[in-house]
Write a protein that binds this ligand. Structure first.
Ligand SMILES: [Zn+2]
Length: 300
C-alpha cells in the first residue's frame, strides 16, 4: 500500500542507505521530496525512468546540499516542474554561491562528495506557506514549517497514508539489526526551542509513519518522536554541563555522549565519511556551540 504510493530512490553518493529521495506517486501528479545531493542525481534520474514518471513538484525539505542540492538540476531536466521551498531558502536556490561556500566551511571534504548545486530560474521557485497543500490526485502533500535544524526547514505531511517526511527536523534514523538507531541533527546555528517545538508540531498530526531523509520509512512515528524529544534534551543537558566546566570541543562531547547513549556508539562506529563528517560531527559542533553561548549568556 505505502510502497505503491511512495518510492525511495537511494541517492547516497558514497556507500548506500544514507540519503533518501522520496518519490510520491499521485494519480495525476508526481512529487519528489528531497532530490538529494547533485552527486546522487544519476540514481534519482534512473529511478524516475524505471517508474516511468516525471516530477511535477520538486520539494526540498531544506536547501542543505544533501537534500536540495539536485533540485534545480532536476527542474532543468523536467521543464514545467516547479520547486517548492521554505521562503527563507528560496534565494539560495536562485544563487547557490553563498550556500556552497558555507557548506564547504561546515562540511569540508564531504561538501565535495555532495557536489556543487546549479542555480534555478527564479520563475520556477515558489515559496511555501505553513499549512499550504498540493493535490496530487488521491494524495495530498502539506507543507509544515519545522525550523530548528535550519531556519528554512519544512516537513511534508501526506495525510492519506499518515506519513510525515521529516527531512532533518527529527534526527537521523538508521536500521540497526531488527531495530533502529537514531541521533539528533543539530548543526550550528542550533535552536533548541525551535527544534523541540517542531517535533511537538509533528506529533500533533499523529503520524503512523515517519520518513527521515537519513534514512527510510519507519512505523511507530509518534513513539519515535517522543523518544527523540527526550534524547535531544539529554544531549543538550550533557553539552551544557561540559560547557559549564569550560569545555568547548565537540570531540569532548562525543566522548561523553557515547558513555550514556548507545545510539551515539552505533553512529561513531560507522566509518562512512557522510556519517562521520556530515551527521555526527556537525551535530556535536552545533550542540557545543549552543551550550557555550548559553553558559556565556547566563554568566554575562
Ligand atoms: Zn541532511
Amino acid at each position: 500500500m505505502l510502497q505503491d504510493k511512495v518510492v525511495i530512490a537511494d541517492v547516497t553518493p558514497i556507500g548506500e542507505g544514507l540519503i533518501s529521495s522520496f518519490i510520491i506517486l499521485g494519480n495525476d501528479k508526481t512529487a519528489v521530496v528531497d532530490p538529494g545531493p547533485i552527486n546522487g542525481y544519476r540514481k534519482l534520474k534512473d529511478k524516475l525512468g524505471e517508474l516511468g514518471v516525471e516530477p511535477d513538484y520538486i520539494i526540498p525539505t531544506h536547501i542543505h546540499l544533501d537534500h536540495g542540492g539536485a533540485a534545480c538540476r532536476l527542474a532543468r531536466d523536467y521543464p514545467g516542474s516547479k520547486v517548492y521551498v521554505h521562503p527563507r531558502g528560496a534565494r539560495h536556490l536562485v544563487d547557490p554561491s553563498k550556500l556552497w561556500n558555507a557548506s564547504k566551511n561546515v562540511l569540508g571534504p564531504v561538501a565535495d562528495a555532495y557536489g556543487e548545486p546549479v542555480p534555478c530560474e527564479e520563475s520556477i521557485v515558489l515559496e511555501t506557506r505553513d499549512g499550504e497543500k498540493l493535490d496530487l490526485g488521491g494524495l495530498t502533500v502539506e507543507f509544515i514549517h519545522t525550523p530548528g535544524h535550519a531556519s528554512h526547514h519544512q516537513s511534508i505531511w501526506v495525510p492519506e497514508i499518515s506519513l510525515m517526511l521529516s527531512g532533518d527536523s527529527a534526527g537521523v534514523i538508521l536500521p540497526r539489526g531488527g531495530d533502529r538507531a537514531y541521533i539528533p541533527t543539530t548543526p550550528p546555528p542550533f535552536r533548541l526551542d525551535f527544534y523541540t517545538e517542531s517535533i511537538r508540531k509533528m506529533i500533533s498530526f499523529a503520524p503512523s509513519y515517519i520518513g527521515p531523509t537519513h534514512y527510510g520509512i519507519y512505523d511507530g512515528a509518534v513513539e519515535y518522536l517522543e523518544r527523540h524529544l527526550e534524547q535531544i534534551q539529554v544531549w543538550v543537558y550533557l553539552a551544557v554541563r561540559l560547557a559549564e566546566k569550560g569545555e568547548t570541543r565537540p570531540e569532548a562531547f562525543l566522548e561523553e555522549v557515547r558513555k550514556i547513549d548507545d545510539n551515539a556508539v552505533f553512529f561513531l562506529e560507522n566509518e562512512n565519511p557522510i556519517v562521520q563528517g556530515s551527521f555526527i560531527h556537525t551535530t556535536a559542533v552545533g550542540l557545543m556551540d549552543y551550550a557555550v553561548k548559553l553558559v556565556r549568556e547566563n554568566r554575562g
